[in-house]
Design a protein around this ligand. Sequence first.
Ligand code: C2E
Ligand code: MG
Ligand code: MG
Ligand code: MG
Length: 282
Amino acid sequence: HAKKSGKNRHVIFDGEHAERAERHFRIERALRTADFDKEIDIVFQPQFDLVRQTYVGAEALARWSNPLVGEIGPGQFIKIAEETGLIANITTTVLKKTIEARRKVDVGFPVSVNLSAYDLNSNQTTNEILDCLDQGNVAPEHIEFEITETAMMADADRATANLNRLVDRGHSIALDDFGTGYSNFNYLRTLPIHKLKVDRSFLENQADPMTERVLRSLVGMVRTLDVPCLIEGVEDQLDLVLAQRAGINLVQGFLFGRPMSIEALQAEIVRMESFESRAKSA
Ligand code: C2E
Ligand code: MG
Ligand code: MG
Ligand code: MG
């Protein structure tokens, strides 16, 4: 069949691109018809304090399970959700579910929720976020928010104003993926930020002697902002050593815990505490 071989030729020539476009389209269609309340699940990844030797926080990460696209991670759908304007629904769903989980299981520390670039640039979405918090009667020290530098760039004045509405309610703000954006320090100084999260790409070339130097200078800059510093993507012992040598005391990564259910997180905390008390009595 001429038609079929023609199609095949096209697939060979441009197959990868076509496949990606098709996948993008399928995810977009699934997003438009999704029931986020039913389909989104939240997992929690612990954050560990190396000095106090205890968990001090957890990040809420979205997982989406949909009949059209299966189970996919945020790396695959957040960007498309932003492009299609559906991100606000996802943000409020994630926030509601995180509030619910944090109420059901008192882990004893704040849980952080990622905000997207579009959330703070919209007064309406910020209203909805504040409504969720008020309706859930949330203690501000229970929920922290993560933002990125790029999220603040589109309309910096509006984004900062909306960010300050969350801060005025008493919530802490962490700057996510630090070191991958512009890192304009004069600008960062104007933002209400309570924690910096160094991007995990800084640990990707651990064999490179530059890695340690780069981390050190990054931490030096962070000191001028006078906020605690966490590093993401600590996967093994060498990552941990690199973090410690750079003077970073807060870590998040597979070495300290994968993203897990709130119940599993609670069990992990209990396990850790009983280990500590056994260590003390020994
Ligand atoms: P992020 O906020 O920087 O979250 C950390 C990501 O790194 C998570 O991927 C986590 O599973 C992964 N990770 C943690 N430890 C390690 C490690 O040791 N090694 C490696 N290789 N990876 C590690 P995830 O869950 O796929 O999330 C990807 C990104 O999607 C997040 O990056 C965040 O920007 C975004 N995201 C996740 N949930 C939400 C959400 O509810 N709303 C919004 N707007 N964005 C979200
Ligand atoms: Mg994050
Ligand atoms: Mg990050
Ligand atoms: Mg690594």
